[in-house]
Design a protein around this ligand. Structure first.
Ligand code: ADP
Ligand code: MG
Length: 324
């Protein structure tokens, strides 16, 4: 199978929203009047972002999900994406499963594959997504103000637990491991929530490298500081299928480390003024996504972790090594 057969068989599909898709030198997109184009790229490298033996359909899902998560964080509606792929060989079973996982998520969001590049090489997947957002309404990192509430969507930390379990560093009960592994390998981009938060959130980011590090980007872009209630944050692990975190299995500090600095969560961290509390809850309901208020933006720079009584919590959670 040659390069062009491979593209035609696994990656060329008719487009409905793009003016021109796969097959010419460029794709053509036509954003609607008054809309700005939101563009983002993310690359997944074998050994660095995924294990060589990962299910290719999950990999197809994740490669697009991490990109859609960036559109979500901007409050942009997905439109289209390109796929640059380096493959060690043309393995048809692998390509069929990869493209199945990729297109299943793409179709859920009406996001069309419009072009890309295919070469031989160590497995490497780079997707660029294009979305649209009404002029001036994109959610940025720079809009947080002192006094704003800080929220995160969904649950945090389970992806990291699954990663540590796959590395053999700990054992999770099977019900929890299955769910945690899905969080790691097939994250859910919070696109609907990002759209619902336009005009409500003051700043937003998606959590790919861990809450503390990513929230830090909002703090520096907005020139503010923050206080996080670690008692609330520690409750954000999803746990097993009944939503329980079995006691003693993961001690408090490790739980907190996973939540605060685990990475690979693809939830949204966002801020909103106190006056928007009802609007935040309405957005969460509309998007069918839970949101939890975990702290407050403060004028003083820096990030302060406190317990339920407001006392400082120590621990170097920014550099995660609690399983080392
Ligand atoms: P060019 O030589 O102009 O770079 P190519 O020969 O690499 O174009 O690709 C031919 C067509 O196939 C182009 O429209 C390109 O966008 C598309 N394409 C190549 N690889 C992929 C891929 N992995 N997924 C989707 N489209 C692809
Ligand atoms: Mg080319």
């Amino acid at each position: 199978m040659g390069e062009f057969d491979l593209i035609a068989r696994y990656f060329q599909r008719p487009t409905t929203r793009a003016v021109l898709g796969v097959g010419d030198d460029c794709a053509l997109l036509q954003p609607a009047d008054g809309m700005q184009l939101a563009v983002s790229s993310d690359m997944l490298v074998e050994g660095r972002h995924f294990f060589a033996d990962v299910d290719p359909s999950a990999l197809g899902h994740k490669a697009l999900a991490v990109n859609l998560s960036d559109l979500a964080a901007c409050g942009a509606q997905p439109l289209a994406f390109t796929l640059a792929l380096a493959l060690p060989r043309a393995d048809e079973a692998w390509l069929a499963a990869f493209s199945r996982g990729l297109f299943a998520l793409a179709d859920t969001h009406g996001c069309e594959l419009v072009g890309g590049d295919t070469t031989r090489g160590p497995l490497n997947i780079c997707i660029t997504v294009f979305g649209e957002v009404p002029r001036g309404q994109a959610l940025l990192r720079s809009g947080a103000r002192a006094g704003d509430d800080i929220y995160v969507s969904g649950t945090l930390g389970d992806a990291r637990l699954a990663l540590e379990a796959l590395r053999g560093k700990l054992t999770l009960p099977s019900g929890w491991m299955g769910a945690a592994r899905t969080r790691l390998e097939q994250p859910t981009p919070r696109v609907a929530l990002g759209l619902a938060l336009r005009g409500v959130a003051s700043a937003a980011i998606d959590i790919s490298d861990g809450l503390i590090g990513d929230l830090g980007h909002i703090l520096s872009a907005s020139r503010v500081g923050a206080r996080i209630d670690t008692a609330v944050a520690a409750g954000l692990l999803a746990g097993d299928l009944d939503g329980r975190v079995p006691d003693g299995l993961v001690h408090h500090e490790a739980r907190l480390a996973c939540v605060l600095a685990g990475g690979d969560d693809y939830e949204l961290a966002f801020t909103a003024p106190v006056s928007a509390r009802a609007a935040v809850q309405a957005a969460a309901l509309e998007a069918r996504t839970t949101v939890t208020c975990i702290g407050r933006i403060e004028a003083a720079p820096g990030l302060r972790l406190v317990d339920a009584a407001g006392q400082p919590v120590s621990g170097d959670f920014a550099s995660f090594d609690h399983f080392a």
